[in-house]
Each structure stands twice: as structure tokens, then as C-alpha cells.
Design a protein around this ligand. Structure first.
Ligand SMILES: C[S@@+](CC[C@H](N)C(=O)[O-])C[C@H]1O[C@@H](n2cnc3c(N)ncnc32)[C@H](O)[C@@H]1O
Length: 356
């Protein structure tokens, strides 16, 4: 069609002066100028599927792109799959939904779902970069010092599992004890190695994951093994059992194992969502029955079971309380349940065991 013919047809069309119709035409044209994109990052907690799909549907609606039912279902399936895959890899996995407004004449929202899974080492590396030291407190745990004191003045062979920045290990090595630290975060290993060389300490750092079958330690070697604020990173009873079995192997007969663990209060049974959230918040939660199951058949006997926050508040020097700005919230379960007027149904407990 040539220009003259187009003009003729155009001249035959009715004149439009209705503000409503003209506004509609403007909006249609304007949409081609509007751009919008974003990223929604959701922790991979499979139990929160309904909550998440609701957020996404509301978001898209608010951006003027409500999803048709079929599209909603497709996206829900993608989110469900992503949450399960991510959580399976790590409790720190994040589902990332990247979305972008589609330009006319097409309509709707384009989106892509991916999973980000930072390792624990990467997460702690970010702590080193962003937070002011000391990351875990400036004083060793009072319960650790009291347990070491049970061996008298003699130099004791100690294993510190997940020793971190050496809050416990360094003061113990400075007192003349022989300390091996097993640690998986490279940023902390570097700091520990620098301290060992600078201070010429009888301490050794072993790089590894205690839950890795390839991580081997000397059998029946240590008089004491400690794991402070570490079991809270474990994922399930199998992890707990593996840890306890490994400790039974490496502690010599009559030796001690000290660790802290979040235990549900007696009348409370955590559901799946709570367990998922607890893992995300580095507050992995077990019931007393699960601890008993994990210990079954192992040559370990519980010597004491005490509330960490009470013990440490009573026994640490006043100047060392609280150990960090986050400790009280974390140790009382408020990182999972930020209750203003109530007590969460879990407690961080010191468990001291004797290797029989
Ligand atoms: C909260 S920090 C506590 C550090 C130190 N125990 C303290 O109380 O100051 C937890 C530490 O455990 C380490 N960790 C966690 N899971 C571990 C595992 N499976 N094997 C070895 N280290 C682990 C982390 O890298 C981190 O250094």
C-alpha cells in the first residue's frame, strides 16, 4: 500500500477525541518505554512454598503483570523444584528469581529461576570481610576452661573441632596444652596459622570437614575434644551420629567430649519448617530423643547437661559478657523465633560426655 492509499484509509476512519480512549492508546504506547527488572532472593526452605508463591504472585500483580493461572502453576512448580534442590545442597542455598517486564506487543513478565549455594567457608569469609573482630567473642568459653581444669595442671592433648578464629584453642595453647584445630573455613585457617607462627605455639591446624569420611584423625589420641558452636551447623541426626562416632574414635579411654547443641524443650516437637529455618539460622535443632539415638551404642556417657547461657553468664568475667552482640539472641533460639514477649521452645545446652 502506498502513502496516498494509507492516507485515504486514515481519512475514512472516525475522529477520536474521547480522553478515555486516547489515554488507553497513550498507556499502550508508554508501556514500550517502561522497563523494569528485579531479583527476588528466597532462602531455600521447601516448607515455605505457599508463602513464596504468594509473594511472587503479589509482586507481579503489583507491577501490573498478574499471572494467568497456568503460568502461576508453572512458576510454582519451578519454585518447588528449586527449593528442594537448593535445600538438599545446603541450608544456606538461595533461590533467585530474576524477573523483567516484557515489552509490548507481548505481555507479562519474563523470569528465570536459579539457585545460589554459598559454602560455609564463603559465608564465614564474608563475616571476616564485613564484621569487626573478635567474631565469636574475646574470651574462651567458661565451660571449656572448667573442663580442661579437670585434667589438672598437666599439658592436655586437645582437639578443637571447628575452632574458628581460635577463641578457645589459642588461650589453651598459650597455657601449654597441645591443641589440634580441625577447621573448614580457609579464612580462619589462615588467621590460626599466622598466630601459631607468630607466637610459636604447640598447636596444629588441620584443614577439613569433620563430617567428611576422608577427614581422618589419630585414633585414641586426645584426652579432650571440644566442639563449641559447631553442632548448630549440622543438618540432621546422621551428621550428629557421625560426629559422635568420630569423637569416640579419637578420644582416648577416660577422656572427655564437650559440645553445645540446641535441644528442643521436652514438650515441644519441632516440625519440618522449624527445622529448615533452624538450619538456615545456624541453630540446628535436635530433640533429646534424637541425641539419645545418635549416641546409641557408642562408648560415650553423658556426664552433665547444662544450659549454656546460664552457665556462661555466671562463670565468665563480667567484662566478657555478652560474648558477642548476637550471642544472647542466638543462644536463646531467638534467631529462629524472634519473640518479643515469649521464650522460644529450644535451649543451647552444654553436653559433657566421658569416653568409656
Ligand atoms: C560459630 S563458629 C565457632 C568457632 C569456635 N568454635 C568458637 O566457639 O569460637 C563455627 C565454626 O565451625 C566451623 N565448622 C562448621 N562445621 C564444620 C565441620 N563440619 N567441620 C569443621 N569445621 C566446621 C566453621 O567453619 C566455624 O569456624
Amino acid at each position: 500500500m502506498n502513502q496516498e492509499q494509507t492516507l485515504q484509509i486514515s481519512n475514512q476512519l472516525p475522529l477520536v477525541t474521547s480522553p478515555v480512549i486516547l489515554k488507553k492508546a497513550i498507556v499502550y504506547k508508554l508501556d514500550s518505554y517502561i522497563s523494569g527488572r528485579g531479583e527476588l532472593v528466597l532462602p531455600c526452605l521447601p516448607g515455605m512454598l505457599d508463602y513464596y508463591t504468594n509473594i511472587v504472585e503479589n509482586l507481579f500483580s503489583h507491577l501490573g503483570r498478574p499471572m494467568p493461572t497456568e503460568r502461576q502453576q508453572q512458576l510454582r512448580q519451578m519454585i518447588e523444584k528449586g527449593l528442594a534442590e537448593g535445600f538438599n545442597i545446603s541450608a544456606a542455598a538461595m533461590l533467585v528469581i530474576e524477573y523483567e517486564l516484557v515489552k509490548p506487543p507481548k505481555k507479562g513478565m519474563a523470569c528465570q529461576v536459579t539457585i545460589r549455594t554459598p559454602t560455609l567457608g564463603e559465608q564465614y569469609k564474608a563475616w571476616v570481610a564485613q564484621r569487626k573482630p573478635p567474631l565469636f567473642g574475646s574470651h574462651p568459653d567458661a565451660k571449656v576452661l572448667a573442663t580442661v581444669a579437670e585434667f589438672g595442671e598437666n599439658a592436655t592433648k586437645i582437639l578443637d573441632v571447628g575452632g574458628g578464629t581460635g577463641r578457645n584453642a589459642l588461650p589453651l595453647a598459650r597455657k601449654g596444652h597441645y591443641v589440634d584445630v580441625l577447621e573448614l573455613t580457609p579464612a580462619f585457617i589462615e588467621q590460626l596459622q599466622t598466630a601459631i607462627v607468630t607466637e610459636n605455639l604447640s598447636m596444629n591446624v588441620i584443614e577439613g570437614d569433620i563430617l567428611d569420611p576422608l577427614t581422618r584423625l589419630q585414633p585414641a589420641f586426645y584426652q579432650l575434644a571440644i566442639a563449641t558452636e559447631v553442632v548448630s551447623h549440622f543438618r540432621d541426626v546422621d551428621d550428629l551420629r557421625l560426629f559422635l562416632a568420630k569423637m569416640s574414635d579419637v578420644i582416648c579411654s577416660g577422656g572427655l567430649l564437650l559440645f553445645n547443641i540446641f535441644l528442643a524443650v521436652d514438650e515441644y516437637v519441632p516440625d519440618e519448617v522449624v527445622r529448615e529455618m533452624a538450619q538456615l539460622c545456624w541453630s540446628s535443632l535436635f530433640t533429646s530423643e534424637e541425641l539419645t539415638t545418635a549416641m546409641e551404642g557408642l562408648p560415650l556417657a553423658i556426664v552433665s547437661n547444662e544450659l549454656v547461657i546460664e552457665y556462661e553468664r555466671q562463670h565468665l568475667p563480667e567484662t566478657a559478657w555478652p560474648p558477642t552482640s548476637w550471642f544472647e539472641s542466638w543462644a536463646t533460639g531467638r534467631d529462629i523465633f524472634p519473640l518479643a514477649n515469649g521464650k522460644p521452645p529450644l535451649e543451647l545446652r552444654w553436653i559433657l560426655c566421658r569416653r568409656m
